[in-house]
Ligand binder design. Structure first.
Ligand SMILES: [Zn+2]
Length: 281
């Protein structure tokens, strides 16, 4: 290997390049193992984190699709699921704490059994950086991709949070874009991007995804629609885009105490339940 050939970019670019070079299978397997072990040791702190705000701020009709391997979303989901209905979560590159049943849609962890067929849940594979990622080759990853791309076709709002879309994710970005472009609501849809990069850079990076220049660029989560309109993002979006009615923000509710946060969200959940009952749902 010539030093000059080594890509200077991210870990993803370097990993992918080594795999393409060939001859480093043992070393790369060792790197994969170390990464998995490292991510398995990670744990959320006891106080609320943005992961808690994300899972509590969305409802079961919402979906989070993540490229992250870490266990944080799963941990947040499990410690908040008694407070509120949780969004669907899909792991497009796998996750160290995600296990499921190949026959049934289960969002579980490796030590659990499927509640439908009692089979032990299977630990999903991690997809490692590769320019030519093939998402169809693994049943579980493929299933998650199918669900996410199907939902993109029906979504009325698309938030991209802290994802730079590296070159090694070219296939992933194309798959998402193709389905997003089929969305019949594109004329009223917005793409909201939460990222510290400046707006020119974000526009350059994501212009193909942004319909009719309907863009919202924000640099921190607390200004996002999920933080300002927790569990009410679709109501805010429909009122603003379809009826031109502005909505007063109800969040974010900031606290360092998780039970206090859950108590605040419980009130929103009670409203949802009473509204559903009123509408006969
Ligand atoms: Zn099952």
């Amino acid at each position: 290997m010539k030093k000059a050939d080594i890509p200077t970019g991210s870990f993803e670019a370097q990993f992918s390049w080594l795999r393409r070079c060939g001859g480093y299978e043992v070393e790369l397997a060792e790197v994969e193992q170390l990464i998995t072990e490292f991510f398995r040791t990670l744990e959320l702190p006891d106080h609320p984190t943005i992961y808690d705000y994300l899972v509590l701020g969305l409802r079961k009709q919402d979906i989070i699709a993540t490229f992250n391997w870490d266990p944080f979303l799963m941990q947040a989901l499990r410690r908040n699921r008694d407070t509120a209905s949780m969004p669907d979560i899909r792991f497009l590159h796998g996750c160290v704490l995600y296990a499921t049943c190949t026959e049934h849609e289960v969002l579980g962890i490796p030590t659990e059994e499927c509640p439908f067929c009692a089979e032990s849940l299977i630990q999903g594979k991690l997809i490692y950086p590769d320019d030519t990622k093939d998402y169809a080759s693994d049943t579980i990853i493929h299933r998650d991709w199918m669900v996410v791309t199907e939902r993109l076709k029906q979504a009325i709002h698309f938030t991209i949070f802290g994802y730079s879309g590296p070159a090694t994710d070219f296939n992933a970005k194309q798959l998402l874009l193709t389905e997003w472009k089929k969305n019949p609501f594109l004329s009223i849809n917005h793409v909201e991007i939460i990222d510290i990069a400046d707006s020119d850079e974000l526009r350059r990076r994501w212009s193909e995804y942004i319909p009719y220049q309907h863009e919202i660029f924000i640099s921190n989560f607390w200004e996002s629609s999920i933080a300002k309109f927790p569990r009410r993002t679709s109501e805010w979006k429909i009122a603003a885009s379809m009826y031109g009615i502005p909505t007063e923000a109800i969040g974010p509710y900031r606290t360092d105490d998780l039970s206090e946060l859950q108590g605040w969200y419980s009130k929103l959940v009670r409203e949802e339940i009473s509204t559903s009952a009123y509408l006969g749902k």
